[in-house]
Structures are given as C-alpha cells and as structure tokens.
Design a protein around this ligand. Structure first.
Ligand SMILES: [Zn+2]
Length: 406
C-alpha cells in the first residue's frame, strides 16, 4: 500500500521533468529555428553568433566574446528587449549592467482588446504627385506609343500616392474599431514631418557635407532615402506600436524601363531576417538580432503576413508570388514556412521593433492593374481612390481583425 503513492509520486516527478525538458527544448528549438531558417543568411552570422542549448554567445570581428546570455535569462531578456529603453539595453549588452539591475515588468497575459491596440501604418515612399514621384524614381508613365492598346493618351502612376491612399483608408477602418492608429508621414510628405522640398531648404547643406560623394544632386535621392528610412524607423519605434503595417505596390523586376505593361501580377509579403555580419556591426544591430531571436516578433510577423498575403490574393484575385517568380525572392530571401511570406534584409524589417508585415500588394505595371489604378471612382471617408486600393485596404483590415480575434 505504501508503494503505490511512492510510485505515483515518482511518476509525477518523471512527468514534471519531461514537461520541463520539453518546454526548455522547445524554447531552444524556437531560437535555433529562427536563427537557421529566418535570420542567418548564407551562414553569414556563424562566426559572430553561437546558439547553444544553454546559452547564446555573441562575438566581435576579432572572435572575442562580447556578450553571453544564459538559458535561465532568456525569458527575462525577451521581456526587457520589448520594454527597456535602448540605452539601458545597450548597457546590458556592453556588460555595464546586469539583468538583475532591472525588474521584469509585469506584463498582463490577457489578450489586449481592440481599443487597447496601437497600430502604426507606414505608407511607402514620399510622393503625393507625379513630379515628386519622378524625383524619388517611384513612378510609371505609359504612352500609346509604347502601349498601343491604351484607352487614353498616357497613364501616370505614383506609388507614394497609392500607398498613402491605402494607408489613409485602412487607418479610418481600424479607428472605427477603436484601435489607435498613426501614419509615419503625411500626404506628399517625409517622415521628418515636412515635404521633401521643405526638408531640402533647411537641411540639405548640413546633412550632405559628411557625404561628399552625394554632393552631386543626381546622387542625393539615394542618400536621402536611406537617411529618411532611419527617421521612419524612429517614428515607428517612438510610437511603440503593437504592430506595424508597411504598405508598398510592386512592379515586375524584368519589365525594365517600365515603359509598357507586364503580363505578370503577384502579391507578396516580407518579414525580418536574412541578416549578414554587416548588419550586426553595431550594438544596436546586435540587439535587433537578439530581439528577433528571443521574442516572438518574428513568429507574429509571419502570422500577420500570412493572413495579409492570403487576403490580398483573395480580394484582388491575383496569385501569391512563389520563390521562382522573382530573382530577389529566389536569390536574396529565405522562404518562411508559410506561402507568400519571405525573410528579406530590408532596412525597416531590421529596425522596426514590433511585429510587422511589409506588404507588396500587386504589380502596378501589370496590364490588368495599370489602367484600374488610375480610375478614381471610389470615395471612402472623404478619400478619393480606385477600386484596387480599396480592395488592398480591405485585405490589410481583414487580416488585422482576423489576427486579433484568434
Ligand atoms: Zn515601394
């Protein structure tokens, strides 16, 4: 009679030990999976980061250890990565402070209601008209000469106009659900809170001096794009969003010159990943990698991106891009485990500190899209736009609501 409870107790201990083992090994497996299948592009991080079952080690370029995080601290560090200010995180990473210097903030495990959510929407690029779109090289101009089937003399499309209309409609739709929403820029504006022309007037000379290679006006836009993207990431991170929605409209990469339409049309989404040693030269870069390893930002990004790409395909009635459909997908991306979602080393994917979807809604230069994108027959919330933009906004909206209702 005495042996039965003892046997049961023993069985319980074994079971608990097994559960513990499963939990720990799952966590290690998750981190290892993120590293191997999403982040470590062409094994370029192998000499700089080592993932072991009981610790993660970061090395500098001289192969010296710069930071170790033990398994017991993974959970706490994950929470701190999402809550501490950047300078405190840098102190931890530089070993100037230990984790015990910081209390783990209590995070309410209950799911947030829609009215508690903050979503940042980034309408890609700047242009609010064709002349700005020409400056930033994000425009299409088709004429009857190159495209005889055209129903009008010419077609002009500015990507920045499409992204801003999509973002504006989506913002209103989400706000009706009680969600707090912000945009990274205003119409025909940069994330510096002014237009490109206004920014040039006051900043060009000051900012351009250390960049002598870009003093020629022709090279200024590429410099500005990189510079402005850093500000965009700052605007997003300062807002501390629960999720970031980055909206773009694609073109067929093989349709070079983009003087006439392509017969292709795809939707696709990007998430963080595909990092190289160059991306983790700074402490900031290393902390971004650690966040992507230890938190569920990557998993959540994949989840929302999968919902978005499936909605885009369904609403717009276009196929989801497969790896072989574009060179940048087959050569510069890692396929996530879900269709139409790819890890890609884009500046915002690296630097935005929240789950994100970087959505490329459709091909603007598709013969099925180019004309439809110029027909502004729709008005929603006072915003005049076309049917395709409305369907794209609806796709993001459906995906977001679906994401938070599960
Ligand atoms: Zn774009």
């Amino acid at each position: 009679m005495v042996n039965v409870p003892l046997a049961m107790r023993f069985a319980c201990i074994i079971l608990l030990w097994l559960l513990n083992f499963v939990a720990v090994s799952q966590t290690y497996q998750q981190i290892k999976n993120r590293f191997d299948n999403y982040l470590n592009y062409h094994a370029g991080l192998n000499s700089r980061v080592q993932i072991e079952t009981n610790k993660i080690i970061f090395y500098n370029e001289q192969k010296q250890i710069v930071f170790i995080i033990l398994k017991d601290d993974w959970q706490k560090m994950a929470v701190l990565l999402k809550t501490l200010p950047q300078d405190s995180l840098e102190k931890i990473f530089r070993n100037e402070a230990t984790l015990s210097n910081y209390k783990t903030p209590s995070i309410n495990p209950a799911k947030k209601s829609l009215s508690e959510l903050k979503i940042m929407i980034d309408p890609g690029h700047i242009a609010g008209n064709i002349s700005m779109a020409r400056i930033e090289q994000k425009y299409l101009h088709f004429t009857k000469q190159n495209y005889p089937a055209l129903k009008q003399d010419s077609i002009d499309i500015a990507e920045g106009v499409l992204t801003f209309q999509t973002a504006s409609v989506l913002k209103k739709m989400l706000e009706e659900k009680g969600i707090t929403v912000a945009l990274t820029r205003q119409e025909n504006g940069t994330s510096f809170g002014c237009s490109y022309d206004e920014w040039l007037k006051t900043n060009k000379e000051k900012k351009i001096k250390p960049h002598t290679t870009v003093s020629n006006g022709k090279f200024f836009m590429p410099f500005f794009k990189d510079y402005e993207l850093q500000q965009r990431a700052k605007v997003i991170n300062d807002f501390k969003p629960d999720m970031t929605i980055i909206i773009h409209y694609n073109v067929d990469e093989k349709n070079i010159d983009w003087k006439k339409p392509s017969n292709k049309d795809f939707c696709v989404t990007f998430i963080p990943g595909c990092l190289t040693a160059d991306n983790i030269k700074t402490v900031q870069g290393q902390l971004n990698l650690l966040r992507l390893l230890l938190t569920d930002d990557l998993d959540e990004s994949e989840k929302i991106s999968s919902l978005v790409v499936n909605q885009l395909s369904k609403q717009l009635n276009i196929p989801i891009a497969k790896k072989q459909d574009a060179t940048y997908l087959s050569e510069h991306c890692m396929s996530a485990s879900t269709e139409g979602v790819y890890s890609r080393n884009l500046a915002l994917c690296r630097t935005v500190q929240s789950p994100l979807v970087y959505g490329e809604c459709l091909y603007q230069d598709s013969e099925n899209e180019c004309y439809a994108l110029t027909q502004n027959t729709e008005t929603a919330y006072g915003i005049k736009t076309n049917k395709r933009v409305m369907l794209a906004a609806q796709s993001f909206y459906n995906a977001i609501i679906n994401f938070y209702s599960k």
